[in-house]
Design a protein around this ligand. Structure first.
Ligand code: MSP
Length: 520
């Protein structure tokens, strides 16, 4: 539970455009955020996990109008029928969901920007140049390929407007200094290098308002203009937790207990907005900067970024219908090093599902519960300690905790799966089904089964953030919900303490964690 007194671990995902339903690229970021925040909760920390939707701007407005809906109706429908249900379906445990059309956001944005204006960071000027609606980004002529956006391959529009500008260029030296002195502020290193070379190449001031359409937050001192959608959107991370509210109010207290954010999780496509514009806005307001912006890679289809604009989007349900929600959550984090691009393929997902989840993990659980049922009347035998396994577990917890906290999800999962393989090796080597035939070897049999069950107890806790439903199923099948308590209350730092599953815990047979694909 998040508390108001201590600083919470605060993590955000980008807020997604509601021009369409989520695809697996959006789900990739949100699941990663969910896994990391669940892990921190399981470390006993107060956590605040924010996601939401970015609803203003031309992209959303044009899509709404094309579909014969008002922008607000369109956003309401997509948020309520697509975005929120999709996150529920993927078992995302966010603490808040912000929509940029909510009054709590709009009012705080206006107040914040009025403050920047009053402090001399905003001035009027003329903007002329290309604009990509799919990126919602002002481009430089040199960014374009054949006059098209290089990311979306869409035609850009030429903008020529009198707008309000933010003195972004003033903050460039401070930003360079920050990324040079604190490498953890922008990760991975490839992302930081990209940001540094962008900053060192020179950055101009930024147009922060538009006057040719009205789907946005009105500029309070010039209501013929609305704020540029990115200026509005970036502020969500702070408006959602009470930016600018009186310190004694509920919002003010929330702000004190969450800000600055610990991690802004973003795809590499939106790194510059988060690592250049956003911290400059905060610097101008004299607010603390987020501790880390982490840019992950893209899910590729046919070698290119998967996107709805290019009609290559795959809906999460297309995959979960076949493999289940937990395999979906596991697969992308396991298969792709976080920070690099990766291609999705049904074949690779099917192969990993079968070999890692069904065979290595699922089979171990079903074999153990079947043997405890058969040889021990369904009750966990006396506590026994196999030093090799308990030592390996301690190392597994150390490695997986360090890796996951550093957003190396693949490293964390690999460590847990290595342990799983080791336990499988232990069972194969000890051959309990042969030991069971000899009545004089009961103690030996019981020790083998206890050590295997205790290893599974630990795996359930370690996999709880990644595959919460499966972990719960395993936990229940070991009888641990009754003999130990709620799985969510098990702390990472205690997982390696051997002997927690008590003798007599009632095991239930037949828990199939990952059904064979042909049976689904
Ligand atoms: N609305 C902006 C973000 C504003 S944050 C203040 C936006 N929205 S988006 O709907 O286009 O979503 C972008 C995010 O979705 C990416 O940064 C990334 O996290 C995720 N992804 C979208 N497509 C993706 C892939 N093909 N692969 C991986 N992640 C992708 O930009």
């Amino acid at each position: 539970m998040a508390t108001e007194t201590a600083k919470n671990f605060y993590l955000s995902t980008p807020i997604y455009y509601v021009n369409d339903a989520p695809h697996i690229g959006h789900a990739y970021t949100t699941v990663a955020g969910d896994v990391l925040t669940r892990w921190h909760r399981q470390k006993g920390e107060g956590v605040w996990f924010l996601t939401g939707t970015d609803e203003h701007g031309q992209k959303v407005m044009n899509t709404a109008l094309k579909n014969g809906a008002s922008p607000q109706d369109w956003c309401d429908r997509l948020v309520n029928e697509e975005w929120i249900p999709n996150w529920k379906h993927l078992n995302i445990a966010n603490d808040d969901f912000i929509r940029t059309t909510e009054p709590r956001h709009m009012e705080r944005v206006q107040r914040f920007l009025q403050g920047l204006k009053d402090n001399g960071f905003i001035y009027s000027g003329k903007y002329e140049g290309p604009y990509c609606i799919a990126c919602e980004e002002f481009k430089l002529p040199g960014d374009l390929i054949d006059n098209k956006c290089p990311v979306h391959a869409t035609t850009v529009e030429m903008v020529s407007e009198v707008n309000w500008f933010f003195k972004l260029s003033e903050f460039v030296p401070q930003l360079i200094e920050r990324y040079k002195t604190d490498p953890s502020a922008c990760e991975p290193a490839s992302a930081r290098n990209e940001v540094l070379s962008f900053l060192e190449g020179g950055v101009s001031d930024l147009s922060i308002s538009r006057s040719t359409f009205d789907w946005g937050i009105p500029v309070p001192w010039d209501t013929d203009q609305v704020f540029y959608v990115w200026f509005d959107a970036l502020l969500n991370y702070a408006t959602a937790v009470g930016l600018g509210d009186d310190p004694t109010s509920e919002g003010g207290k929330k702000f004190a207990s969450t800000w600055p954010a610990d991690v802004h999780l973003v795809g590499k496509d939106i790194l510059r907005f988060h690592a250049v514009i956003w911290p400059a806005m905060l610097m101008a307001a004299g607010l603390p900067l987020p501790k880390k912006v982490f840019a992950h890679g893209w899910l590729l289809v046919g070698g290119e970024k998967m996107s709805k604009t290019k009609l290559t989007g795959i809906a999460p349900r297309d995959i979960t219908d076949h493999f289940g929600v937990d395999a979906f959550r596991y697969y992308f984090l396991r298969a792709i090093p976080f920070g690099t691009d990766g291609s999705f393929s049904w074949e690779d997902m099917g192969a990993r599902y079968t070999s890692e989840l069904a065979n290595d993990f699922g089979n171990l659980a079903s074999r153990l519960t079947a043997m405890v049922e058969k040889y021990c009347d369904g009750l966990i035998p006396a506590v026994a300690t196999e030093e090799g396994l308990s030592g390996a577990l301690a190392e597994t917890v150390r490695i997986s905790d360090a890796a996951i906290c550093a957003l190396d999800f693949q490293g964390g999962i690999n460590a847990i799966m290595e342990f799983c393989k080791r336990v499988n090796g232990f069972v194969t080597e000890k051959e309990p089904w042969i030991v069971a035939k000899d009545e004089t070897r009961v103690a030996e049999l019981n020790a083998i089964l206890y050590n295997t069950a205790e290893s599974l107890r630990a795996m359930a806790v370690l996999f709880n953030s990644i595959m919460p439903e499966t972990a719960k199923k395993l936990w229940r099948s070991l009888g641990a919900d009754i003999s130990i308590g709620d799985i969510g209350a098990q702390k990472i730092e205690n997982v390696a303490q051997w002997g927690q599953l008590p003798a007599g815990s009632a095991v239930s047979k037949g828990a199939i964690l990952f059904p064979r694909l042909e049976e689904k």
